[in-house]
Design a protein around this ligand. Sequence first.
Ligand code: SAH
Length: 393
Amino acid sequence: MDSEIIVRINKRYIKKYKEGYPLIFKEAVNNIHDLKGEGAILKLVDDKNKFVARGYFGRQNKGYGWVLTRKDEAIDRKFFQNKIITALNKRAPFYFDEDTTAYRVFNGEGDGIGGFTIDNYDGYYLINWYSKGIYRFKDIIVEILSRMVVYKGIYQKKRFDDGIEEDDFVMGEKGEFPIIVRESGVNFAIYLDEGDMTGVFLDQREVRKRIRDKYSKGKTVLNTFSYTGAFSVFAALGDAKSTTSVDLANRSLEKTTEQFNINGLDLDTNHIVVEDVFNYFKYAAKKEMKFDLVILDPPSFAKSKKNIFSADRDYKDLLKEVIDITEDGGVIAASTNCASFNMDKFKKFIDTAFVEKGKRYRILEEHSLPVDFATIEEFREGNYLKVVFISVS
Ligand code: SAH
């Protein structure tokens, strides 16, 4: 970390970085060819060679690195430690909450260092690394984390490709998966040794709670793109009349069954359908099936045998199919984690879908990321989650 690369910021972008924008774009750098060796510290300067910010080189999606500070300070062990301690302190209320034992403790740029996240699954800490660059700081970050928290084990996932296969287990005690964590008093089976997904998306905690506490009692619930059925389990625990979980992946049958089982729920009124959602919509429309609550949480991009779905292009049409199978007076919980459009645009998709269907609607409530998924004002695209509860009339 001792040598640093001088990065000359294009005039047009200086203001942006001075105001705190954290992601370093290729277009913003005049001397992009000087960027060599991911993990290198970058000193951003203006056209008069004056200090603007300091960051690191790491390629991730559209970015070439992250700004870490706008003060002329060193990026050293102490720097990382301060950020991690501050992040851990912010999550203090979670440590005492026995009903929720899984939550995010460090959220990349939202906690001051873009490129990695740390989640706590009941004492098993999982670090996701999003670039080769941040991975160069692994030893420091793991060492600091291991000193600051009481952990059973530390796991990692490399979400970038450097061609090197590495164990997901880092240190401590190996977990016997599934481990059972709790969220709002509900059990989840978690696997930290099965690829990128762990069994639950922690960012939907508040939405799941709302579905259980406010929207499910006595209702017929359809959960589309259901993965392990997390929303369905909450609906069932909120006394839904029935739940139907639809996901294309074969694993979803076993995984969803497991989530119901560990919550003492039987499958008599909780149906699991392994099928392409788009086929299911056609089937349901043909059978004139209607649901009181439809949960819609597709991936931003998905490819199946017959369909390619891209949220920014196709969400509106997807909604139109959902409107067809939602009861009058029913509710659609429409969700997307697509970072390429914001809440305003999402609401426009919703509006257009209803206008084109000639149906009326009302927005009941909106959600974005929960507090543990810290975000910053200067990087709005970091707040990718958009959930809207819509009443259909
Ligand atoms: N809503 C889930 C997470 C969804 S993850 C939750 O809250 O836990 C996206 C899921 O969509 C994956 O499980 C994937 O298998 C599924 N999927 C992708 N394309 C699909 C399609 N065309 N039909 C049904 N499921 C699909």
